[in-house]
Ligand binder design. Structure first.
Ligand SMILES: O=C(O)CCCC[C@@H]1SC[C@@H]2NC(=O)N[C@@H]21
Length: 233
């Protein structure tokens, strides 16, 4: 079920509260705008009217793949929503940003409380921040014919349900394989800013079976990265 509120602080915060009150898996919340939108690594997510701000709830089970790999489920769903609408080339950037021709168009934030994982998805539909040090874009700027956030969420919820079912029934492998098809190609040069402040440079190799980024360093060694921000060179 999709609920809509005209304005809230953060749909992720609201969905975490709903999860605590017993909301079932498959619940969705969409806000017209957010006043305290949360981004990854403690950043603010600009959330003006016209864009898509939504969160859904997954109740993880003991038999599921690792909960953090729901990031790949969400990225596959958001990529499938966005790619057909854009003239430019839509790609997933690890861990779960969606870029069009190198400019960020959507972001995903996973938060967990007990068995509840909240997947928060923000899509720049009609607007995007102007003052960032990284390229950003929106569906409107990409010439998309569908720019109604409500209609986009109907489609996104169906795509998320599909990828969640694959993840649960077939495991991580098909989800990971599809993610790799739509992500930066192997050999892409990148710099990783890790949460501890360390920077690592290398070339994208693959995602391992746990969803970790495997980077090939200049000396030929491999490094597994489990968290951080990537800058594509
Ligand atoms: O930093 C990122 O790329 C992740 C951004 C996630 C933003 C979405 S908008 C809906 C949901 N509610 C939030 O407060 N954040 C997520």
């Amino acid at each position: 079920m999709i609920r809509f509120v005209a304005e809230t602080g953060s749909t992720n915060a609201d969905m975490l509260a709903l999860a605590e009150q017993g909301a079932p898996e498959g619940s969705w919340l969409r806000a017209g705008r957010q006043t305290g939108g949360r981004g990854r690594m403690g950043r603010h997510w600009e959330s003006p009217a016209g864009n898509l701000h939504s969160s859904t709830l997954v109740r993880v089970r003991a038999s599921d793949p690792p909960a953090h790999t729901l990031a790949l489920v969400a990225a596959n769903a958001v990529h499938a929503l966005i790619a057909p609408l854009c003239v430019g080339n839509a790609r997933i950037k690890w861990p779960n940003d969606i870029l069009v021709d190198g400019a960020k168009i959507a972001g995903i934030l996973l938060e967990r409380a007990g068995d509840a994982v909240i997947a928060g998805i923000g899509v720049n539909v009609t607007g995007h921040p102007e003052d960032l040090d990284r390229p950003v874009t929106s569906l409107k700027a990409q010439g998309a014919i569908e720019t109604d956030a409500g209609a986009l969420l109907e489609r996104l919820a169906a795509l998320f349900t599909h990828w969640l079912a694959v993840w649960r029934a077939q495991g991580l492998e098909p989800v990971r394989a599809h993610w790799l098809l739509n992500a930066h190609p192997r050999g892409t040069a990148m710099r990783v800013l890790q949460p501890n402040g360390e920077q690592v440079e290398g070339a994208f190799d693959t995602l391992d079976q746990q969803g970790m980024l495997i980077l090939r360093l200049a000396d030929g060694q491999s490094r597994a990265i489990h968290a951080g921000d990537i800058i594509l060179n």
